[in-house]
Design a protein. Structure first.
Length: 336
């Protein structure tokens, strides 16, 4: 099937020609607009158009499209031909067999609502009111300060250590860190611009002087005209060849590179959990322990609602110590 649309990437980090199978199964890190896919079924083509009308956030459209792609790949047919019972069985499968988290299931249900209700008009379906996926109240994993230091010392290649350090020092999402440009750093003001983040919002976050110096020193190695963390590509090359390739690349470092690196590092260091997002959680927790207000943390992290930030109050060692002191005070003068 010929591609009906030109690909319009959010950032200039996409090769103009990709194999057909990759167009049907796009790499999520490229943030391609689903309108540009070679759709396997007419219904998916129409779904991409519907998503484009609903939201300007390409990442949201990409996530919704991917949810329905997983549905049609599971059944091996056009999802427009599925029955209500088949979709119910799919949700049961991902919930009980795949063990998907409640948040992931809720997103799949939201994607299916757009597809089956809004687009196909299946308003007689009752399955959506039957699906209940409450959160399990799981607290996010957090590293100690010592574990963060051990992790950074363990990563010897600077092109990986610097973005990981930045994620922790500024509480960034991994996509925010790797998408930084040379124009986003205001070192003299100790400010960092985060543009087009989650919810299509910009924000300014503080950045420490030593971190600014690290970024400047690293950029001077490759001097890419736009990116702070350009893609180094694959394969081993000598230093000069690697630098030349980084300077000329049109893409940023892939998110998967940092993810894989941290998986290996935590196994070698015997750290229970360490992902790019774990470092963001750790930043927020350590800032609260240092005395930062919950609303300051909310603004730095870019949370739309303070309730999202409140979870970190349950993770701080200081909060545990305060609770212990209060409990001991209550018990102190009671008869024994």
């Amino acid at each position: 099937m010929s591609n009906k649309y030109h690909r319009k990437p959010i950032t200039p980090n996409v090769s103009p020609q990709r194999p057909r199978d990759e167009r049907i199964r796009p790499d999520p890190r490229l943030h391609l607009d689903p309108l540009g896919y070679d759709h396997p079924y007419p219904s998916m083509d129409e779904y991409a158009k519907r998503l484009a009308l609903r939201t300007d956030a390409v990442r949201t459209r990409l996530s919704y499209y991917r949810d329905m792609r997983l549905v049609h790949e599971h059944f091996g047919c056009d999802p427009a031909g599925l029955s209500e019972d088949q979709f119910r069985d799919y949700i049961l499968h991902v919930k009980t067999v795949k063990g998907w988290r409640p948040k992931t299931i809720r997103q799949t249900v939201a994607s299916a609502r757009v597809f089956f209700l809004d687009m196909l008009g299946r308003h007689d379906w009752t399955v959506f009111s039957q699906i209940k996926t409450p959160d399990h109240d799981e607290l996010p994993a957090v590293l100690t300060r010592d574990q963060v230091c051990r992790l950074l010392r363990h990563i010897h290649l600077r092109r990986y250590r610097i973005p990981i350090k930045l994620i922790y020092c500024c509480g960034l999402r991994v996509s925010e860190a790797l998408g930084l440009t040379v124009h986003d750093i205001r070192g003299d003001e100790n400010k960092l611009w985060i543009r087009g983040s989650k919810g299509h919002k910009d924000r300014m976050v503080p950045i420490a002087t030593p971190m600014v110096e690290d970024l400047r020193a690293y950029w001077k190695v490759h001097r890419h005209p736009k990116w702070i963390f350009p893609n180094a590509g694959r394969g081993r090359q000598r230093g000069d060849e690697l630098v030349a390739r980084m300077r000329e690349t049109k893409s940023t470092m892939p998110i998967s590179s940092l993810q894989r690196l941290l998986v290996l590092a935590r196994k070698e260091l015997d750290i229970p959990d360490a992902t790019p997002h774990t470092l963001r959680h750790s930043f927020a927790t350590h800032m609260l322990e240092a005395g930062a207000s919950i609303h300051t943390i909310q603004r730095v992290l870019g949370h739309a609602h303070v309730n999202t930030t409140m979870v970190y109050l349950h993770l701080t060692h200081a909060a545990e110590q305060n609770a212990l002191e209060m409990v001991e005070q209550l018990c102190r003068d009671l008869p024994r």
